[in-house]
Write a protein that binds this ligand. Structure first.
Ligand code: NAD
Length: 420
């Protein structure tokens, strides 16, 4: 199984990052093994009847990296490229992210290999319900709490909550986060990841002595995270000059109005064809001059092919694992890019999910301002910890963030000992 996981390039990346950080932390051989490998890897088949009457079998996964610090927490992704190794890598990153943010969770991730853009709402509902029912023995508010990720949203979470609650015989709001407010979702959760990305990008600009009002940003991905990151940055006075999604990429030196673009996307299904900007090659978009570059879509998009050409001052990793190991090395050698590593940059989502879970357990609902101000406090604290740890230990920001998370998990494993 270990070799099988390592064949996946995304898992290999996560494993390489872990090994490098474990070397820095000088972790013992025993603890190193216990931290690195996932505890549970689940694969299920999901047969559903399509609208055309045919039966199709999809494959779904859930990886629970570790439960030592609490229930596992992590998103559920619907995307054609989903594979067990990729899901395991994302679960591992979630583990360090939760520990870095001082949340009482382990890392988990799930996914179904499917193309939600080609599926009807009825098919997606059947897929979600059957996936949830296959997972019933392994999930619960004290064991595994899922949330939206690429290709899933609050509707997906509502169906999951319904399956779990129907089975339990009573409403169990703490089974998922990122659900609608009427189903005891949290105010502020939908915007939280993008809001956190923008909040930290703005902090990084200030560190680089760049005024927000003169700054520009380019964003890859205009889904939940990309949209709210763009909207919040626009609110800070930053000009959004380039945006891409799966349909194409657009650029405007004068700036793109985020809400108007969202209306266009709502009407046409993508950013392509937006009238007030020029089309641009999606690969070219990433190397346009800008102050902040935000990959907010897929993994492994900053590679050895484009890392040397990047013309940004701040690289804010909203997506998980957007920068390959080779690209990381190039960026470190360049030394002119302020990197906000993924496990810190996009941690607003899981932090707000933690707030949602706490509210659910207490059957209590906080207001949006309370949620966002608690979120900003936690994000600012984690940002400052990573930056000062990196500077004190002369480490790249990524290794510093990972080290803070991994050390937390390693300490807990040491204290709990090994069963039996
Ligand atoms: P989403 O499904 O809402 O949006 C994904 C966006 O990426 C869409 O605009 C899609 O068109 C675009 N996209 C897909 N393929 C692309 C390509 N080849 N080039 C350019 N754009 C492409 O997903 P999301 O929730 O916004 O998640 C985006 C990223 O952020 C993922 O890596 C996810 O793991 C990460 N993330 C999400 C959350 C969250 O709370 N949603 C939290 C932490 C991390």
């Amino acid at each position: 199984m270990k070799e099988h996981l390592l064949e996946n390039p995304v898992f290999r990346m996560a494993a390489d990052q872990f090994d490098r950080t474990a070397d820095f932390l000088n972790l013992s051989k025993d603890i190193r093994k216990r931290c690195k490998w996932p505890m549970r890897l689940l694969t299920v088949s999901i047969p559903i009847k399509l609208d055309n009457g045919e039966t199709e079998v999809f494959y779904g996964y859930r990886v629970q990296h570790q439960l030592s610090r609490g229930p596992v927490k992590g998103g559920l992704r619907f995307h054609p490229n989903v594979e067990l190794g990729e899901v395991a890598a994302l679960a591992m990153w979630m583990n360090w992210k939760c520990a870095l943010m001082e949340l009482p969770f382990g890392g988990g991730k799930g996914g179904v290999a499917c193309d939600p853009r080609d599926m009807s709402a009825a098919e997606l509902e059947k897929l979600t319900r059957r996936y949830t029912s296959e997972m019933l023995p392994f999930i619960g508010p004290e064991t595994d709490v899922m949330a939206p990720d690429m290709g899933t949203n609050e509707q997906t979470m509502s169906w999951m909550l319904d399956v779990y609650s129907t089975h339990a015989g009573h409403m169990v709001p703490g089974i998922v986060t990122g659900k609608p407010v009427k189903l005891m979702g949290s105010e502020g959760r939908t915007a939280a990841t993008g809001h956190g990305v923008a909040f930290l990008a703005a902090r990084a600009l200030t560190k680089c002595k760049i005024k927000h009002e003169t700054a520009t940003a380019v964003i890859q991905g205009f889904g939940n995270v990309g949209y709210y990151a763009a909207l919040t940055l626009e609110g800070f006075g930053v000009r959004i000059t380039g945006i891409s999604d799966v349909t194409g990429a657009i650029f405007s030196a004068e700036g793109i109005n985020v809400r108007k673009l969202a209306e266009h996307v709502e009407q046409t299904g993508g950013v392509k064809g937006y009238a007030n900007a020029e089309p641009i090659d999606p690969a070219e978009l990433l190397v346009q001059k800008c102050d902040v570059l935000i990959p907010a879509a897929l993994e492994r998009v900053i590679t050895e092919k484009n890392a040397a050409q990047l013309k940004c001052r701040v690289l804010a990793e909203a997506a998980n694992g957007p920068t390959t190991t080779k690209a990381d090395k190039i960026i470190e050698e360049r030394g002119d890019i302020f990197l906000i590593p993924d496990i810190l940059c996009n941690a607003g989502g899981v932090t707000c999910s933690y707030f949602e879970w706490v509210q659910n357990l207490q059957r209590f609902q906080w207001g949006e301002q309370e949620v966002l101000s608690k979120l900003d406090t936690k994000m600012a604290k984690a940002f400052d910890r990573v930056i000062s740890y990196a500077s004190y230990n002369k480490l790249p920001h990524r290794v510093a963030a990972l080290a803070l998370g991994i050390k937390e998990v390693a300490d807990v494993k040491e204290q709990r000992g090994l069963f039996p």
